[in-house]
Design a protein around this ligand. Structure first.
Ligand code: 48F
Length: 257
């Protein structure tokens, strides 16, 4: 059989277009493919919900690949060990209460299991705005990262979701857009973004799970973004809270969609 380059192109364009069209109306849209967003997507997709994840970068995994200072080892605390076991990620005990895993195994396994569970991931797409109707977040405005990077004047496309999850990490990008453009009061002490505090692993890891919740109608925060929005310390290179946060938001959303 002769390979036809046009067939190859047709296959890609047809299949991707179908996938993208199917992503335009979903139960949950997650922004950010770091540990929190991926774990959240895994549990939602595994429970049969229609869920898509948009990631700005070419690669999925956010800040997990580089462990701490580019040493690709990941530290987890005891409560997250259950999630590692569920994903069948090799976890070695370092000392009582501290577990280590290889960051490459961790990211690739979480990503693979999430996709196999049914999570549709779109890389190279950035959320640049949200849709709000009757003071409820109900969708995202998306553009190619390449457009954003080249600063091209190209209009975006829009998708609808019953719930939007901000898992964009430290910058809390979606929450920031909502605060700036909508005037909606966020469920924080001031009604605004509180900002993240200096590093304190113990408190950061405790608060991240508590802070992972709906902060205005239709809109959840998850992972590091939760502490950036509600006001809590960063925790540095320990990742248990990210996994637990993703799981918590998925559990809450499963009751609603
Ligand atoms: O930063 P990130 O890994 O967030 P996370 O899941 O985990 C935080 C940890 O990595 C680390 C930490 C642990 O102690 O503090 O920082 O909360 O992943 C966030 C992802 O969101 C993408 C970004 O490229 C990254 O991969 N992202 C950010 N803004 C957008 C976005 C956007 N507007 N549209 C699409 N993706």
């Amino acid at each position: 059989m002769q390979l036809d380059e046009i067939k190859i192109s047709q296959a890609i364009i047809e299949s991707y277009s179908k996938k993208l069209i199917s992503a335009l109306d979903v139960d949950v849209a997650i922004v950010g493919g770091g540990p929190a967003g991926l774990v959240c997507g895994y549990y939602l997709a595994g429970a049969g919900r229609k869920v898509v994840l948009f990631e700005r970068k070419l690669s999925i995994g956010g800040g997990m690949w580089g462990g701490g200072v580019m040493f690709n080892e990941i530290v987890f605390q005891e409560p997250a060990k259950k999630i590692l076991d569920e994903f069948e990620i090799t976890a070695r005990q370092y000392e009582k209460g501290y577990y280590l895993s290889d960051s490459i195994e961790t990211v690739s396994t979480i990503c693979s299991k999430a996709v196999k569970a049914g999570l549709k991931i779109f890389n190279l797409l950035s959320a640049e705005d949200v849709m709000i109707r009757r003071k409820r977040v109900c969708g995202l405005v998306l553009n190619w990262t390449a457009v954003e990077m080249a600063n091209l004047h190209v209009d975006p496309i829009t998708m609808r979701a019953k719930f939007v999850v901000d898992a964009t990490g430290h910058p809390a990008e979606v929450a920031r857009i909502i605060e700036k453009k909508s005037g909606i009061r966020l469920n924080t002490k001031t009604g605004k973004l509180m900002g993240e505090q200096s590093m304190w692993a113990q408190v950061g890891e405790e608060t991240i799970v508590r802070n992972s919740k709906e902060v205005c109608p239709g809109f959840y925060v998850c992972g590091m973004c939760a502490n950036a929005v509600i006001g809590g310390p960063r925790m540095g290179p320990i990742f248990g809270g990210m996994l637990l946060s993703g799981k918590k938001v998925a559990k809450e959303l499963l009751k609603k969609v």
